[in-house]
Design a protein around this ligand. Structure first.
Ligand code: SAM
Length: 196
């Protein structure tokens, strides 16, 4: 045992982290914050907190960025503001600071389905939107805004047996589905079932 201990590499968490490939950012975009009622804003905050919890299970939690995070969000958010990245400005500005020029936008209105090839991007954007019913076409606005600012946007949808109906649309569940697929290599249908 003594001999073995001699050769056991002792790595600090920081050293271990630096050896792993770069982790992507998961960005929750709050540009439509003001369109929500107070009750809905509370739900957005709760879902962001739950997203932080999920992400911490897989990564550190610091990969969670909330953009357009104004004073009201900061005061209403009961999660660990210091452990996430709460960025006051637009998503495109945050991306430029990080040297990222292409993202995957999770968008139920997209033509293309999210696939493994999309996991190479350095940032995923989820709309910080809470609305019941899929009737309002809101997420594409976020994509248009990013494109206007010169960011390449891969709009991708998550489907269950080929259809967006039956896919939970809560922000944290969408993030959970991506993580199950990306980190655990689960097929989309299976990942969706687990978050229903
Ligand atoms: N009616 C809203 C709309 O038009 O986008 C629904 C917003 S949904 C409550 C919140 C976010 O979850 C969306 O902005 C999107 O990023 C993500 N999302 C929800 N369902 C999705 C799906 N089936 N595929 C991809 N992303 C989805």
């Amino acid at each position: 045992l003594c001999m073995m201990e001699k050769f056991e590499p002792v790595l600090t968490p920081e050293e271990l982290r630096s050896r792993l490939p770069e982790w992507p950012y998961f960005i929750i975009d709050l540009q439509l914050w003001d369109k929500h009622t107070q009750k809905e804003k509370g739900k957005v905050c709760l879902q962001i907190n739950q997203s932080y919890g999920l992400l911490r299970d897989y990564f550190t939690g610091g990969e969670l960025a909330v953009t357009w995070a104004g004073e009201e969000f900061r005061s209403m958010f009961h999660g660990p503001l210091d452990r996430i990245t709460a960025y006051k400005g637009p998503t495109a500005e945050f991306l430029k600071e990080k040297g990222i020029d292409e993202v995957v936008l999770l968008d139920p209105w997209a033509d293309e389905v999210l696939s493994e090839e999309d996991f190479e991007v350095r940032a995923f954007v989820i709309g910080g939107i809470v609305d019941t019913g899929h009737d309002k076409k809101l997420t594409p606005k976020i994509g248009e805004e990013l494109e206007r600012a010169g960011i390449k946007v891969r709009r991708r949808k998550i489907v269950l047996r080929g259809d967006v109906t039956g896919v939970p649309d809560r922000i944290n569940r969408i993030l959970g589905i991506i993580l199950k697929m990306m980190v655990e290599g689960k097929p989309m249908d299976e990942a969706v079932y687990e978050f229903q």
